[in-house]
Structure formats: C-alpha cells, structure tokens
Write a protein that binds this ligand. Structure first.
Ligand SMILES: Cc1ncc(COP(=O)(O)O)c(C=O)c1O
Length: 460
C-alpha cells in the first residue's frame, strides 16, 4: 500500500490525491487494479475515512479511477493508457496535453441535452453549405452574421413573442461572453442575481465580487421586494424557468419587476432565457421582453439547450440605448466562427430547427412521463417542478430518507445528480434534487432511479 509522508502546508486529502495520481501515472497502480478500501487505506495512513473518500472522489472526477458497484475502486484502463502513451510520445517531441474527462454512468445533470436525437444528416448538410458560404464572407460582421440574426428574429417572434429587428441582435459564444460585453456597456453596474441561481462563481469570474448582490427567490421567483431594498441597477433573472427551482414567474411579479426597472432609465433587466422552449403541458411562456415598453429588458438566449453545447452560439437582444454605446465598442469581437453561425442559419432557414424542437419536445415529454411513473413507486418523494424545461425538481422527505445514504449511492454508482443546494449560497435545499431529462437514455431511467433510492436509505 502506498505510504505518504505528509507535509503540514497542504490539505491531507489533496496530498493523498496527488500521490495516488502520480502513482497511477507512473504505473505503480496498473490499469484495472483495485485500490485499497477506504478503511484499510485510512488505517494505513493514519487519517480519517472521509479524507480518503475525498481524495478518491477527486480521482474519480478526473477520470483516473472508476467505481464498481459493491466491489470498490479500480484504476481506469483507458485513462491510464492515454497517460502512458502520452509520456512515450514526448520522445518524438510531440507534446499533447490530455484533459481527463469524467464519464458518469448516469448523468442527471440539468444541463445535458439528449444528443442521440440530433438530426445528424440534416446538420451535416447545413454544415457543408455553411462552410461554402463562409468561405465567401470577406468581412465577417463583428456583431454576427446577418443570415443568422435574421433567423433569430423570426424565432423570437414565433417562439418567444418578441418583436425585434436584425439591428438589435449581437451574436456571442455563450452566456459569459454576453455578460462580459454588457458589463462594458453599463455605467457603474451593480447586479442583483438570483439565490439560488446560476453559479455565483461564474458571475464572479466576469464581474467584481462587490458588484454582485444575491437576491432571494421566493415561491413566485425573483423577489422584487428584496431588490428594491438594494442599490441594484441591473437585475439578472430567469423568469421563464427559474434556475434551479424551475419556477415560472407569473404576470403580477413580472409587472412588479418591470415597474422597478421603469423607475429609473439607468436600470436594466437581463432576462436569461436559457431553458424556456420545452413545454409539456399548458400554454407556451412568452418572454418578459415581450412586455417591455420602455426598452430596458435585455434578452439573452442560447442554443446550448436546443441543439447542444458544442454549437456555442448565443445571442443578445440589445435595447436601443445600449446599441448606440455598442457602436463605440466596435473593436470588440465576441462572435463564434462564421462557419458555425452560417451552419445554424441554414439549419434554421430550412425549417429543420423548428422541426427538431417539436420532435425533442415530444421526446422529453415521454422521458418525463417515464421518470414520474418510476418516482411514484418510491414513498416520500414529490415532484415539485415538471411540465417545462430540461429537468424535473423532486423533493425528498428527509424524515423518511437518509440523504447521506442517497448521496453515497450517487457516488458509488458514479452518477451526476445535483441538488438545489449546489446553487444556493447557504447550501439550502439539499433534499431538492434536479433530475435532468437529457443525459440518461429512456430505457435506463428506471434502473438508475432504483440505484439511487434503495431500501437501505429509508429511515425505518
Ligand atoms: C441558467 C443558465 N443560464 C445560462 C447558461 C449558459 O448558457 P450558454 O451555453 O449560452 O453559456 C446556462 C448553462 O447551463 C444556464 O444553466
């Protein structure tokens, strides 16, 4: 068993992780070899079991090891081979960096899209045409290609109830870039962001920490009463499908938010419209932007949930005041490649995109039904958000279920399954789980849920 001489500067689990990783890379542990159990390794090193668990989790996340049900942890074969073959290629002076990728056996992440249903042939044709057209573009437009903007304008009208023109659209490579661009355009912005909400770390990597104020989310969504008490001048909200709770903001709250913004012409609302298209019952939800009479709502949209993350195409609908300012920032180019923009434009122009969305809507609806029917078989589990978006939110009664034991099952089965607490600044709501519809195939949903909610997790 590996012996480690610990230093006092670094956390113990990190030292164990680093030593184990090096031992795997050096071939001390061979592919498919079983690692020592938590207890025996902890006894050997004179540390707590939890410390060893944390080190193994890190190795698991980075793909160096895998876990096998009821057997324990093993060195990942593929990962080791990649690392070993890389080190030999150094001799040829070919330097390749490999980034270990985590492969989950079951991925319930709320952000995963079901890629098995992508219309690959049609996308291939759109990409071929896009490549030819892109070659003819001598001067790419710094706010995005006209053909794509034109299709986005049509899409916004049809699916989001928003009337706008090509001139207001700026194409970017994702949410981070959109926020970065907007941050250049505002004067002294202080952002009010939802708590729980979409990764504060992500905001803070773009904005200064003191620019971001957490605003609570109540049963109706972003709490306007709380934002009114702050110096916020830009509210970042997900009114059409609050992330992560899934709450759809009703008309009254929308109007109150719009009243807040109208009080001052220097205030803005950033409407993050990231997951609002899929709807499994009831009427479609129109964007807040469609009610914006004073042109103070900035709409951010993305194709990540509709086609896939690989597309990396997002857009901003800019109000006229910011549009003028953007002219002075002409030199900043945030656009993805002309080729990918024109590929998407072709896919949309031929009606294939609309067809794809309709098909996926039925597909996710079916998966959601399968999931809900399976969940009904477990006591003390309530579906609290369904009917729209790419994930379900379930509430697990902590008086009936041992949440630590559930987490252990998730970990042992190499699953990705998040709770609202991951997105809450105070880590609240750890019994609210987000069950993504995209990452697990329909026929594996039932067996995956059975692996999570096992009888031994029930508190008798
Ligand atoms: C709430 C929310 N907003 C924005 C984004 C970012 O989207 P993009 O892929 O455009 O960066 C995500 C991505 O998962 C999200 O969950």
């Amino acid at each position: 068993m590996l012996t480690i001489s610990f230093n006092s500067c670094e956390k113990l689990y990190l030292q164990i992780y680093q030593n184990m990783k090096q031992a795997i890379i050096d071939g001390y542990y061979l592919p498919e070899e079983q690692l020592p159990s938590f207890r025996s390794f902890a006894d050997h090193l004179g540390v707590s079991i939890n410390t060893v668990k944390l080190a193994y989790q890190q190795l698991l996340d980075e793909g160096y090891i895998i876990s096998k049900e009821r057997k324990g942890f093993f060195v990942d074969k593929i990962q080791t081979e990649i690392i070993l073959s890389n080190s030999s290629s150094i001799e040829d002076e070919v330097y390749i960096t490999t980034y270990p990728v985590t492969h989950y056996q079951f991925d319930f992440s709320p952000n995963q899209v079901d890629m098995t249903k992508l219309p690959k042939t049609k996308l291939k044709q759109a990409a071929f045409d896009g490549m030819l057209e892109a070659q003819a573009v001598k001067y790419p437009c710094k706010t995005g290609e006209f053909n794509l903007k034109k299709e986005i304008v049509k899409f916004l009208f049809q699916y989001r109830g928003v009337k706008t023109s090509v001139d207001t659209i700026v194409i970017t490579s994702g949410f981070d870039q959109s926020l970065h661009l907007l941050n250049q355009l505002f004067t002294h912005p202080i952002y009010g962001v939802e708590n729980p909400g979409f990764s504060f770390d992500r905001f803070k990597s773009i904005l200064y920490p003191n620019q971001v104020l957490p605003i609570p989310v109540d049963q109706f969504g972003f709490s306007v009463k709380d934002v009114e008490k702050t110096v916020t001048n830009v509210s970042i909200v997900t009114p059409n499908h609050q992330f992560p709770t899934g709450i759809i903001m009703g008309l009254r709250r929308r109007q109150r938010l719009l009243n807040w913004v109208k009080e001052n012409p220097n205030r803005y609302i950033i409407e993050d419209d990231y997951d609002s298209i899929y709807k499994y019952s009831g009427k479609p939800i129109t964007a807040l932007k469609s009610l914006d009479e004073t042109d103070q709502v900035i709409l951010l949209g993305s194709f990540s949930k509709l086609i896939g993350k690989f597309m990396k195409i997002s857009y901003i609908v800019l109000p006229n005041t910011l549009l003028l300012l953007n002219q002075t920032h002409k030199f900043i180019d945030y656009t993805p490649s002309v080729y990918s923009q024109l590929t998407l434009a072709n896919f949309m122009a031929k009606g294939q995109f609309n067809h794809h969305i309709n098909r996926m809507n039925s597909h996710y609806r079916r998966k959601q039904t399968v999931m809900i029917n399976c969940l009904k078989k477990f006591p003390g589990i309530e579906v609290v958000h369904q009917n729209s978006g790419l994930y379900l939110v379930i509430k697990v009664d902590y008086r009936q279920w041992d949440l630590d034991a559930i987490q252990e099952n998730i970990h042992q089965n190499h699953m990705k399954l998040e709770t609202i607490s991951h997105y809450h600044l105070n880590h609240q709501c750890s019994n609210y789980f987000l069950l993504g519809l995209g990452g697990v195939e329909e026929h594996r949903i039932e067996s995956a849920l059975q692996k999570i909610f096992t009888k031994n997790c029930l508190i008798s």
